[in-house]
Design a protein around this ligand. Structure first.
Ligand code: FES
Length: 488
């Protein structure tokens, strides 16, 4: 069977022999269309237009596209092909963004820092010891699974090459969209699973007891004909993305560092002792797996406010297109403040709340109306609850195991964190304790940008050797604490 794909002005033909999911078929053939929810039929972003042999329209597509379904519009993840077809698609493009971070480089050559997150990838180019340009893209591997566990499972089915190639192709294209110069060196920060895909190593040992990472300590090699440096890997779950951040954290103060992503990692520092841990949390705060979720791009809602009137803030003030992780936290904080979400996380109906009328007016059957056709839904609130339950349960276990208290200084990392206020973290109960919060944004990328100099490489390698990894997910108490931490 043959699928003909018209993509950004060119045509590609894909032969396939068995019934195959359209989204997977496109991604495994190097055609990366958006798929924020990993093919779960939630984000409605994997849009294709059939020009021949369109499959029967599904209810969700009728609701999403209305009359445009007659022109062939469908969601790729919802259809499997078992005959010839022709489609038109547009590719997911890198989003160029401002990134504010210090650079440390021992020379004036061109270098590239890359943060490979499970959900998003950020790439930054350095020229003359200065940050030149930054872009981020959705990790194309999301089509093969939302989290590391499902990607390892997909790799175990004989798809390591597909995963590795999709990643490298996306990296290469993003680097060349940023800069045409010869790249002297590349620093890659990523969790150990993403590193196995980058180095095309079997990730199976990470997913099985005794959970072995592809390597320990730092790694030097070659990538795209440039020198490659990967900051130290501590364990199967604490990788280069976390140790890179050590280059920006102080050595003379105690702190708790939390990197909130699809996986959450913690470092608790007390004097000269460093404890690290990690827990899976799901990609909701990266804008994936939530209704109307999006990565940070023009029009993404990153904050809401109510001062007499309800206001949404979007990136670059563009018309709203979806919700980012910070938009999700901000909306939940606001709805908790006005008791429109109850203690169990239920979005109340209009008649159940005494909130101001202009807020009550926004409660619709689809959810809470944030902007034209964009809702905070019950499903998104539930996904947020899963993240906060993981986070808080893990923290309780870490404190118990180390017999320490939460230090005054708390660093919050994660792409979404930059635009968050401390009050939003507390009101949404993302974290349930107060302190001196410092929002770091993407600390993996910011940390990598400082690793083109020897001094900082030595710093992260020295501290990494002191880190003691604490296993928490298998703790018998975890489940009980997880359920307890689910409510608000
Ligand atoms: S990937 Fe198809 S709806 Fe999200």
């Amino acid at each position: 069977m043959k699928l003909t794909v018209k993509v950004d002005g060119s045509t590609k033909e894909i032969e396939f022999s068995e019934k195959e999911n359209l989204l997977k078929l496109l991604h495994s053939n190097g055609i990366y269309i958006n798929a924020y929810c990993s093919g779960r039929g939630i984000c409605k972003k994997c849009i294709v237009k059939f020009t021949k042999n369109a499959p029967k329209t599904l209810k969700l597509e009728e609701e999403t596209f209305g009359k445009k379904t007659e022109e062939g519009y469908r969601l790729a993840c919802l259809h499997s092909l078992n005959n010839d077809a022709e489609i038109e698609v547009s590719l997911a493009k890198p989003v160029f963004a401002e990134f504010d971070a210090e650079v440390c480089s021992d020379d004036e050559k061109t270098h590239v820092a890359i943060d490979i997150g499970t959900t998003t990838i950020a790439v930054a180019v350095i020229k003359n010891r200065k940050l030149f340009k930054t872009a981020h893209i959705l990790n194309p591997q999301v089509a093969f699974g939302a989290d590391v566990i499902s990607r390892i499972a997909y790799s175990n089915e004989g798809n390591l090459k597909v995963l590795a190639e999709s990643l490298k192709k996306a990296l290469k294209e993003t680097i060349s969209s940023l800069c045409a110069n010869k790249i002297e060196s590349i620093v890659v920060s990523a969790n150990p699973t993403m590193l196995t895909f980058l180095l095309e190593k079997d990730p199976k040992p990470i997913g099985e007891y005794p959970y072995t990472p592809p390597f320990k300590g730092s790694f030097e090699g070659e990538l795209f004909s440039s020198k490659l440096y990967i900051p130290p890997v501590v364990s199967a779950f604490v990788g280069a993305d976390i140790t890179a951040a050590l280059s920006i954290l102080p050595e003379d103060k105690d702190y708790l560092f939390i990197d909130i992503g699809t996986n959450c990692e913690f470092i608790l520092k007390k004097d000269n002792s460093y404890f690290a841990s990690s827990v899976p949390a799901g990609p909701a705060l990266e804008g994936a797996n939530i209704d109307y979720g999006t990565i940070a791009q023009d029009g993404a809602i990153y904050k809401v406010e109510f001062k007499d009137t309800f206001k949404v803030y979007t990136i670059n003030d563009k018309p709203a297109i979806g919700i980012t992780g910070s938009g999700l936290i901000s909306s939940i904080a606001l709805l908790r403040e006005f008791e429109i979400i109850d203690n169990e996380g239920r979005l109340l109906e209009a008649w159940e709340t005494e909130a101001p009328f202009s807020l009550i007016n926004r409660i619709k059957k689809e959810g809470f109306l944030l902007d034209k056709n964009i809702y905070l839904t019950q499903n998104s609130i539930r996904n947020f609850q899963l993240v906060k339950a993981s986070l808080n349960a893990a923290l309780k276990i870490i404190l118990k195991k180390t017999d320490l208290k939460i230090p005054k200084r708390i660093y919050i990392a994660g792409g979404f964190s930059k635009s968050l206020a401390k009050e939003e973290i507390l009101k949404s109960s993302l974290l349930s304790f107060d302190g001196e919060f410092v929002m770091l944004g993407n600390s993996s990328l910011a940390g990598s940008l400082r690793l083109f100099c020897k001094m900082n490489r030595e710093k992260v390698e020295r501290i990494s050797q002191k880190i003691e990894y604490l296993e928490i997910a298998n703790e018998s108490e975890f489940e009980k604490l997880y359920i307890e931490s689910m409510g608000f």
